[in-house]
Design a protein around this ligand. Structure first.
Ligand code: GLY
Length: 356
């Protein structure tokens, strides 16, 4: 097992990465938090496969709350229900929430942890590739609103992150590919080596290297978050492909395309624009498309109207009145931030036949 430390002063924490240790996590948690009652929050899919066995590995009784699977659970309604549930079970400030699931569970539980009783500790046990490489680290928590994704939330770092790659064995192919979009993103923005390594793999043989790949992604994220926890500068590069990605997700109300699929589309769109503006080395988009294809990520989407796209970007939490920080790459492995006028970028994409 490998260990990384995210160094954030009094909010520092470790990330344990390995395989075959998930049944040991309860003992570690109980020894780290001996005075806390444990509240496991999970979704119905994870619960069906792992719930009973996981809970049985705790020595002391704990409470398990099972939520519906899917992006719809990152809502005000689920937030309220989860808080009510925890309060009805008598949660106290020294208790511990265990977010056991993918990004939806991690983001929701992290936000509840930031706010219930004005703050209760939480740990992350991410079970999807997307959560293991991105959302469980760095403390971004929150819920979606009718105006868009992650518009209500808090920076709230977990106490510890436990990444067992054995959980990936029970993911279906589409959800594995969903996470690959974030893995490919790290290659695009930060590590040409990682990008090249992924190019030599495919969705079957990647499993022999998955621990190392996840470690590399977590280490990049660690460095970025340590440098810029609250996204004033460097952390923005993690949003590569995410502005148009959110457009795709929101335009179909999070039902048609997964987050990773949408980010794949967003990375292609921004890279094409980068090449058009001479900001991105020619041929970069073709390399990205080639890698996305290898991991079964879509590059063509049902068309969205120009007006819908513009409205969704205007509501993006990163937008100022007319502009937004877009993340471009000069070449694979090197990203930079450039604020651009939203209408201009929408018009240019329209010229490239992007909208209906
Ligand atoms: N997922 C982007 C970030 O954590 O900043």
């Amino acid at each position: 097992m490998k260990e990384l430390t995210v160094n954030l002063g009094e909010y520092s924490y470790s990330v344990l990465i390995g395989n075959g240790f998930w049944k040991d996590i309860p003992k570690i948690v109980e020894s780290d938090f001996p005075d806390s009652k444990i509240f496991i929050v999970t979704d119905e899919n994870v619960n069906e496969i792992y719930g009973n066995e996981f809970e049985s590995c705790f020595s002391n009784p704990c409470k398990r709350i099972v939520l519906r699977q899917g992006e719809g659970t990152k809502s005000f309604k689920s937030y309220e229900q989860l808080c009510d549930n925890l309060l009805s079970f008598g949660i106290k400030r020294n208790d511990l929430l265990v977010a056991f699931g993918g990004g939806v569970i991690g983001d929701l539980v992290g936000f509840v942890s930031a706010t219930i009783l004005r703050g209760v500790k939480f740990v992350q046990i991410p079970t999807t590739l997307l959560a293991q490489t991105d959302s469980s680290i760095g403390g971004k928590t929150g819920i979606n609103t009718k105006f868009g994704k992650n518009l209500v939330g808090a920076f709230n770092q977990p106490q510890k992150v436990f990444i067992d790659t054995d959980f990936l064995k029970t993911l279906n192919n589409r959800i594995f590919s969903d996470g690959m979009a974030e893995v490919i993103k790290y290659g695009c923005i930060y590590s040409e080596n990682l990008f090249q390594k992924l190019n030599k793999l495919n969705e079957v043989n990647i499993f022999s290297e998955i621990n190392e790949i996840i470690y590399e992604c977590c280490d990049i994220k660690r460095h970025v978050v340590e440098t810029d926890e609250k996204e004033a500068g460097l952390r923005k590069i993690l949003n590569f492909g995410h502005t148009f990605g959110h457009v795709i997700e929101k335009a179909f109300e999070y039902e048609r395309y997964t987050h990773g699929e949408s980010v794949a589309g967003g990375m292609v769109a921004i890279s094409l624009l980068g090449e058009k503006y001479n900001l991105t080395e020619k041929g970069t988009t073709a390399r990205i498309i080639n890698l996305l294809n290898k991991f079964n990520l879509p590059i063509k989407f049902e068309k969205i109207s120009k007006q819908t796209a513009e409205k969704i970007i205007q509501n993006d939490k990163k937008a100022t009145s007319n502009s937004i920080d877009f993340i471009f790459i000069n070449q694979i492995g090197k990203a930079f931030v450039k604020p651009l006028d939203i209408s201009k970028i929408i018009n240019d994409l329209d010229d490239m036949n992007y909208f209906s």
